[in-house]
Structures are given as structure tokens and as C-alpha cells.
Design a binder for this molecule. Structure first.
Ligand code: 5GP
Ligand code: ZN
Length: 117
């Protein structure tokens, strides 16, 4: 099994509740949801964070963002609104070093976003 937990989920070697999948991305429910709808969208390829992904494959980053909106539509939160968050590095509280978009919605959210209300 790969050492990276999100690589393992992408490969189907670790369990996750999948919402959507494309050739190059997977969306699955966060194990510790911070909102009624909380889904993570990842590229199947391993990149450390959104900055690293933007540098080497902007097209794949665009696919991740398109999937974030597709997830919002599938979960019925596209019209009411949702938040897309890429925690990046230590001060942002990034705990999994495989780039992931948090898609959060289903309730009115406060500001600042983290820690979530
Ligand atoms: P970060 O803090 O890095 O931005 O977000 C990592 C997110 O991944 C957290 O919200 C955490 O709950 C979630 N997470 C960590 N490990 C797993 C896992 O094995 N499965 C799922 N579905 N979510 C995970
Ligand atoms: Zn990985």
C-alpha cells in the first residue's frame, strides 16, 4: 500500500465513500466532516499541495476545481453556496501532504473559515 493515504484511496487500496470519479480525479467524503456536506477532491497523481500542482499541471488543477463544482451539484449545495478550501502548509493546518480541495456546504458558514464553527 502506498505510504500516502490519499494515494491509497485513489488506488482503491484504502476505503473511502466515493462521490465522483474521473480519469484523473477522485472525490470522497471527509472522514471528519466539518459541515453537512464535506467532500475532498484530489488528483489521482501525487502532488504535495496546490502550489506544487499549479506549477506543474494547471490543467489538472482546473479539473479538480471543475469536480469541486460537480460535487456541489451532486450534493445539492451548488445553488445555496459552498466553500472550496485548499489548506496549504503548516500555518493553514494542512495535515495530509497530497493536494485536496475541501468542498464544504449545507449550512451558512462564518468567517474566518478555520476552525469551522
Ligand atoms: P487538511 O487538514 O490536510 O486540509 O485536511 C485533511 C482532511 O483529510 C481532514 O479534514 C481529515 O478529516 C481528512 N482525512 C484524513 N485522513 C482521511 C482518510 O483516511 N479518509 C478520509 N475520507 N478523510 C481523511
Ligand atoms: Zn499521495
Amino acid at each position: 500500500m502506498p505510504e500516502c493515504v490519499f494515494c491509497a484511496i485513489a488506488a482503491g487500496e484504502a476505503a473511502a465513500t466515493r462521490v465522483l470519479e474521473t480519469a484523473r480525479t477522485v472525490a470522497f467524503r471527509d472522514i471528519n466532516p466539518q459541515a453537512p456536506s464535506h467532500v475532498l477532491v484530489i488528483p489521482k497523481a501525487h502532488h504535495r499541495d496546490v502550489a506544487a500542482l499549479a506549477e506543474v499541471d494547471g490543467g489538472l488543477l482546473a479539473e479538480v476545481l471543475a469536480q469541486a463544482h460537480a460535487v456541489a451539484q451532486a450534493d445539492g449545495i451548488a445553488r445555496t453556496g459552498y466553500r472550496v478550501v485548499f489548506n496549504t502548509g503548516n500555518h493553514a493546518g494542512q495535515t495530509v501532504p497530497h493536494v485536496h480541495a475541501h468542498v464544504l456546504g449545507g449550512k451558512r458558514m462564518g468567517w474566518p473559515p478555520w476552525p469551522p464553527a
